[in-house]
Each structure stands twice: as C-alpha cells, then as structure tokens.
Design a protein around this ligand. Structure first.
Ligand code: PRP
Ligand code: URA
Length: 220
C-alpha cells in the first residue's frame, strides 16, 4: 500500500469504505492504541486524527462561487454550497467535534446520545433533540468506534427519518463486523476511518482496538 493514499474499498453491499493510509494517521493511531497513553494525550490524538480523517472525508463537499476583493483585485473564491451538520454520538464522539468545527466553523452540531447495553450490545437512545425537519443537507456522524455497528445504524436511521439528504460516517477504528452491518443497513453512507481492525471479541470490543474510547477520553 502506498503511504499517503486513502484506500477505497467496496465493503459488501456497496457502501464505499475509506481507510486513511496517511503516515501521520498511522503514527498517531499507534500512540492512541497504546494502553500507557494518558487521557490528556489521548484526547489530543483523537482531535488530531479526527482532523486528518475529516480532511479526507470532506474532499467532495460541493462549492459555490464567492466573490471577494483582495487589497489588489476582485477575485472569485468559493464557499461551501450545503449546510453541514456534525452529529457526535455521545459520549466518545464529543472528542471529534472541536476538530470538525475548526475545519467547518459554521457547521451545526446535533448531539445524539446512545449507549450500548452491556448484555445485548444493542444501542439504547437517551438524548435526541433533533427538530421536526432537517436543518442541514450534509450530516457527518462522528463516533470514533464502529464495533457491532448498532450505534451507527441507529444514528443514521434517526437522521434519515429527520430528512438528512446526505450522510457520511466519520470514525477512527472499525471492526469488519461493524462495517458490514452499517453497509448492509445504509449502503448509501460512505464510511471514513483511520483503521480497519481484525475482529470483535466476545464482549463486543474491537481487537486490537484501543479499549473503551469514552473511558479513555474522559478518564472514567
Ligand atoms: C461506544 C462508541 C460507539 C459504540 C460502538 O459507545 O463510542 O458509540 O460504543 O459500538 P457499536 O458499534 O457496537 O454500537 P458506548 O456505548 O461505549 O458509550 P460511551 O461512548 O458513552 O462510552
Ligand atoms: N466501543 C468502544 O469504545 N470500544 C470498542 O472496542 C467497542 C465499542
């Protein structure tokens, strides 16, 4: 694989899967996975990796002309054509929001609260303040971990019912099981991640993964 080129693979059932091959992503992921990395550094790495994956995930956002006058001349620049909504999945997705807002300061942020039932691994919804109708055209779902895929599928179900026209999933580490589940439920939703890991263990954790992304970010 050539460094610096995103790997675009077709997961079963067609959702395009983009796994970053950027050397900086690989290097930062190594420190993120390390069990000795403390919460302060873990949060910084989540931010930095999110920035790099988001840079790749937003490469196809549509633009319209935006005229400006420089100190020397008129010039036709560009601005984003569509309104962007950032949809962090609580808790772990919170760590990716600031990175996304730094790139897209005008984006709206719509939090979705889900946690996995430890026994069934099914997502339980506990926070959702989406208004009656969609207020953005493009939604970026932010959640570092795609394990069984249940949380991502449930979030995207909500966004589609809300009326979101275009949705992308932006994460950090995925298990093949999660990619298959998300791709089967929402084949129109591209998946952008930093790494595709080996498997899930019997407790639904990604292996090798990084452990519990929420606990490691928030020191719980
Ligand atoms: C984690 C993670 C995802 C979910 C992924 O959240 O942030 O939302 O698990 O697992 P899945 O693909 O099997 O649904 P968790 O439920 O641990 O909640 P937390 O972020 O509040 O700790
Ligand atoms: N959620 C996490 O935080 N880590 C995993 O490995 C799986 C789900």
């Amino acid at each position: 694989m050539r460094a610096g080129r995103a790997v675009v693979a077709k997961a079963p059932l067609q959702a395009p899967l983009h796994v970053s091959a950027h050397p900086l992503v690989r290097e930062k992921l190594t420190r993120l996975r390390d069990e000795r990395t403390p919460a302060t550094e873990f949060r910084r790495l989540v931010h930095e990796i999110a920035t790099l994956v988001l840079y790749e995930a937003t490469a196809d956002l549509a633009l319209v002309d935006q005229p400006v006058r420089t100190p020397l001349a008129d010039w036709t620049g560009a601005r984003l054509k569509e309104k962007v909504g950032l949809v962090p999945v609580l808790r772990a997705g919170i760590g990716m929001v600031e990175a996304a807002l730094a790139l897209m300061p005008e984006a709206q942020v719509w939090h979705i609260g889900l946690f996995r039932d430890e026994r069934t691994l099914r997502p339980i919804e506990y926070y959702n303040k989406l208004p009656g109708e969609a207020t953005v055209q493009v939604c970026l779902v932010l959640d570092p971990m795609l394990a069984t895929g249940g949380s991502a599928v449930a979030t995207i179900d909500l966004l589609k019912k809300w009326g979101a026209e275009r949705i992308k999933y932006v994460g950090i580490i995925a298990a093949p099981e999660g990619v298959r589940a998300l791709s089967a439920a929402h084949p129109d939703v591209p998946i952008h991640i930093a790494a595709l890991d080996e498997r899930l263990n019997e407790k639904g954790y990604i292996v090798p993964g990084l452990g519990d992304a929420g606990d490691r970010q928030f020191g719980t």
